[in-house]
Design a protein. Sequence first.
Lengths: 334, 511, 165
Amino acid sequence: MSSRFRVSRRQFLASSAAGAAALTLPGRAAFAQSFPDHNINITIPTGEGGGADRDVRLITQIWKKYLNTDFEFGYYPGAAGQVGYEFFMKREPDGYNLLFANMGPEVIMLTLQNVGIQLGKDLVYINQTSSEPMSVFVGKRSKFQSLQELVDEGKKRAITCSVSRLPHPASIGMLALGEATGANFNLVPFGGGNPSAMAAITGEVDCCALPFANPITLGSEVRILGVFSDKNPAPDQSGDAPTVNSVFGTKLPELTSSRGFAVQAAAMEKFPDRIETIKKTCAQVLADPDYVEAVQKAGLPKEFIDPGDQQKAMSTAEATRELAEKYRALLTGK
Amino acid sequence: MDFSLGSFADLFAHAFSLWWIIIPAIFVGIIAGAVPGFAAHNTIIILLPLTLAFNVEVALTFMVALYCASHLGGGIPAILVNIPGTGGAAATTLDGYQMTKKGLAVRALAVSFVASVLGGLISSLITLVALPALSQVGYYVHSVEMVVIMLFGLALIASIAAKDMLKGLIAGVLGLLLGAMGADHIYATPRGTFGILELFDGIPLVPALIGLFAVSEALVMLEEKSIVEGGTANVGKVTWGETFHEIFGAFRHWWNITWTSILGLLIGVLPGAGASIAAFVAYQQTQFFSKHPERFGTGIPEGVSAPESANNGVTTGTLVPLLAIGVPGGSTAAVMMIVLQFHGVPFGPRLFVEQPQLAYGVIVSMAVSYILMIFTIFPMVKYMSRITVISTLYLAPFICAFTLVGAFVPRGFLFDIGIALAFGVLGFVARKTGYHVAAILIGVILGPLIEKSFLLAMRISGNDPMVMFSSTIGNILWVMLVATLVLPYVFKWRRERRAGLEHDRLVESEG
Amino acid sequence: MTEATNRKKAIGADLIIPLAGAAYAVYYVWSVRDFPIEAQMSGMILAGMLLFLVLLYLVRIGVGLAAGRYGMGLGDFLGPKETRVSRGLFFVLVLASVYAIGHFGFTLTTFGFLALSFVVLGIRPVGRAILVAAIAALVGWLFFVVLLGTRFPMGPFEQLMQAVF
């Protein structure tokens, strides 16, 4: 049997004791620094087991090196992220509560739904940890070999395209592609990356549009037809998929979704030093080779790691907000 | 994916050597399954720091053993105190609790455990040999077919409501309307939520289940001293001989267990479907094929074996999309995927190419977990049934104390305890006035799922309602559904007619 | 026996669910009035079905009332008379515990709720009721909070234990 099967009972007892200690005695390891002196809570506005969950666990695994604390995760999916954002705003603005944002779709949600949270005024994206372009792909059994074939067919009939939800950069990408080429795309929101991908793999829909990491982790089960950016950041892992603009000579804007942390504006005002610590140590994580290795181990291209400061994160958010306004009618059905 | 018989033997031997992790996982899983609010995926998330500390194989073995055991655990309180530990065990209450009320708790538990273990074992062995074929099911069953499959579950409302159809339908449709609360599937706009943020994602299932079954049951049971009809005097001490007699006797239902576990497996393979759908459909179909459908709901063993073997058949099924394609089919599988990613293990077809011993090892661990459950759980039947002799004066406060807080666990909102209480009052009123709580719950569970599949199918077709009859498999399922709904009445009519003719003949001959 | 069967069937309580359901159906329809058709469709269909069924039910009740088969009383809705007070108090304790758990945490609330409930429901001697409640609360705390690390509502007891260990 392989060398993986080598945990002894003694090791198990030792590790479970350590695990139990870690679980039951959080914050016991008091360090000289004053912040943080207890666990940091991270609100995730999507479900467990999704892309944000995966990313935030990879980051916090290394973050413990720089911030001597434990992290607790709370998942608040619902209404395209609105539930998570509203709950986060009710949490104490003390720097111990962070939100891990999937900025693209969530900025669109904040723009289109009457949430009452204003970016900059109520909530601030304090950094950017990764960004990935949107992509369009088909299942491996699909008859479509290229994006050109898909668009040509789309000029004859409506092409069904599974998306995670309507207020999403990938949905905007497909609508923009349809507008630029005259193809007709019928967007079908499956309510999450996994079911959307599955619909394309099993042939329930013609194609699927999701952030690039999704089809990359699916490997040979899918064929990536195009990427909504100026350059394919991971050609080796995507069968050298072309950019959408290079196929059609169009000038569609880059459609990316960045992930990063956010805090309440009140926390920035009251505890600027704490937020500074968060920003500084998180930047150290993103530059840490162990983090890069962990990302690659999880099957993601290291090119997606895209550290950015508050200014970069907020300007990305502003660009997304403008796009959402442009496609408001199509995305809301009103 | 070639694997010899010898390799399987190695895998089994190896899985048995992990007994020291499987057995604690079984106990944690059974308790998690039995206490509403925990279930497998919540518990696995809670224990994730511990799980991530193990090596990947031990972690996966721990998770699958816990997962399987939680499905078995859910049936225990369903039988003993009419409270399903998980949504998958809701159908078990229908006959399980009736058996307990008649003083047959030992038999009900024995049937439930044998059905769970045998059902889980059969489906994991089938998965082991037929994984590639099973992974194809998802290619043929899409949103249209899912709508019809879920309608089979919904049809259960009709049979539950047989006593008073109008009241049963009101309960079922009210459940469906409550299930339609929350953000819609296309535009994410919140509906019927009274502007309450906690309801934007719909009625949370666990608090609804806790309220409808646990809180209302606690309030109703206090009207009697004992939950057993005629008092605890009817429940004598059970000997070991009797316990094993009941356990061996439960194997009589092997045929029902076999086919309902396969049904569970097939439903489990479908993304988005789950244990509750499987259990409802299995119960409904078992009643349909039964020679005495009218006895369902009065406390018969088939009413326990069908949902229990089906919801354990689901366990292996939900792992199939993750293992074969790389997309998790349910929440527990999604959490397992995080563990695989964390350890840098590929999933989907690459897992079979790069680490086949791990891929098949997961399924073998499931089979072995079920085998080990035989030795750990079966003897407990004797002691568990003693719960029914505890006075309701103790039981009711215990139930409220430990289930209401369970409503808090999945989302961490104090508000959810309030939802459980509100559903508790609804459940109390329903029970006291002849509306079936199971009918309401079926609506709450299946409503949003049917709506989602229906809207997806409609949108894919460009809003053509005829899409519902556009696929061969879908049409076959429709015919079966109509037959399921209509034939029982035809058979009943014929039976009554024959009985009437027989009666006339007797009267004539006597005359 | 004959007197009991001859008495009118009390259906006052039977109306609670249909009427509450109908009220929610009307509210639901009102809440989706401005939404796109896809968001409205299923709710409208279900609300329509529910209102129709309730109407049928009301007709049935009306006919029964007119024929003198039904009466508007509550019947057995509140259960046996002799235990009504203790069960009513128990329900009040359930409500109070839901309110208290956010302030006092899982362990203390569970202990208090169980002890008071046992006493109210008539478990004697009182010492046994308190002992059983204390053991149950502590076992619950050990299993759920310590062993599983479940994030139950925290209170003074949990915080004290965290500080001590």
